[in-house]
Design a protein around this ligand. Structure first.
Ligand code: TRP
Ligand code: SF4
Length: 337
């Protein structure tokens, strides 16, 4: 059936890096397969357990960003992980048969602990992060999981868990998913590094047009072009990285020639790119505005998505319980005295 499932942790407003890296891919997939897109709020809690206050707002913002980017709720199912408690039951059942060593050798576990030194991540929940993700995927018997390269070990781990479960209980209840590699977004940030909130170099989806314009007009360029008459080299300029994504061959030729001959100024060079980014965002801002003006519609989309997800999850969970033999343990209801 080729069901697709993916998720994102709600960590704040999305930016162009998310859009070009992930969301355009999701928008495409929703036309080709049944898709489930999940807000992984429990996963957010594994690292934000000491400051969970923003998760609710981030969830709301992220859903609007998804809808703004063109995720169509009549095609894809949008839901929130914590509203499908079946994930937690499958996570618990799988935890019984998950070797600790499998979790300890997942690279993200050590990496993140070393990266987020200000946090105590020597927790049970954080160690279990990949298992919770496995439960997210297995409970829908998803075949395809669109993710970035960093998530591949989690998908491989999920496959191993599925195999182990099926082997232990002697029937093919859980399906082994495949990673659908999202070709890494080449979206650079305003400073030429990878676009990332932690570098403060982002352009948000549905950012105000004048803010975007200002951010781009003040972007650093090739430092050799101190004066308008100095020639430059596009390869040394973050603006050129944007042109590579947004501009036609014609514009790119104009930039290359104009930069190397000082025939154009940097503001001239930025103008078509600013227009391209604004043009890309215009429909997103429109869609977001419509949704923001109608919160009841968002609630309805999410309620419906969560219900649909729950029905699918309950079907798998029933089979999982059967395979383990948990249903047979309940023989007679305990009489009420
Ligand atoms: N761990 C993923 C990330 O950080 C988010 C995630 C949670 C996810 N559950 C998932 C992705 C299930 C794909 C499938 O990006
Ligand atoms: Fe960068 Fe364009 Fe200026 Fe060249 S002309 S330095 S590519 S902004």
């Amino acid at each position: 059936m080729n069901r697709v499932l993916s998720g994102m942790r709600p960590t704040g407003r999305l930016h162009l890096g998310h859009y070009h890296g992930v969301l355009t891919n999701w928008v495409q997939l929703q036309h080709e397969h049944p898709c489930l897109f999940m807000v992984a709020d429990w996963h957010a809690l594994t690292t934000a357990y000491d400051e969970p206050g923003a998760i609710g707002q981030h969830t709301q913002d992220m859903i609007i960003d998804w809808l703004a980017a063109g995720i169509d709720p009549s095609k894809a199912t949008l839901f929130i992980q914590s509203r499908v408690p079946e994930h937690a039951e499958l996570f618990l059942l799988l935890s019984m048969m998950t070797p600790l060593s499998w979790l300890e050798r997942v690279p993200t576990w050590k990496d993140q602990q070393e990266k987020l030194l200000h946090k105590d991540l020597a927790t049970y929940g954080f160690l279990g992060y990949p298992l919770l993700q496995a439960a997210d995927i297995l409970i829908y018997r998803a075949d395809k999981v669109p993710v970035g390269e960093d998530q591949v070990p989690h998908i491989e781990f999920t496959r191993e868990i599925a195999r182990r479960f099926n082997h232990l209980y002697g029937r093919p209840v859980l399906a082994e998913p495949k990673a659908l590699l999202t070709h890494a977004s080449k979206m650079p940030g305003l400073d030429g590094q990878k676009m990332s909130k932690s570098y403060g170099n982002t352009i948000a989806l549905r950012e105000e047009a004048d803010v975007i314009t200002k951010k781009m007009r003040t972007m650093k360029t090739d430092p050799a072009r101190m004066r308008r008459t100095d020639v430059g080299d596009p390869e040394k300029c973050p603006v050129w990285q944007f042109h590579k994504i947004y501009s036609s061959d014609e514009v790119k030729t104009w930039v290359e020639a104009g930069c190397r001959s000082a025939g154009i100024g940097c503001l001239d060079c930025k103008q078509p790119m600013i227009e391209a980014v604004l043009k890309e965002q215009a429909p997103m801002r429109e869609r977001a505005k419509a949704f923001e003006a109608d919160p009841a519609r968002i609630t309805a989309i999410i309620d419906e998505g969560c219900e649909k997800a729950r029905r699918l999850a309950q079907d798998t969970l029933r089979e999982v319980r059967n395979a383990i033999g948990l249903t047979r343990m309940v023989t007679k209801p305990t009489p009420v005295t």
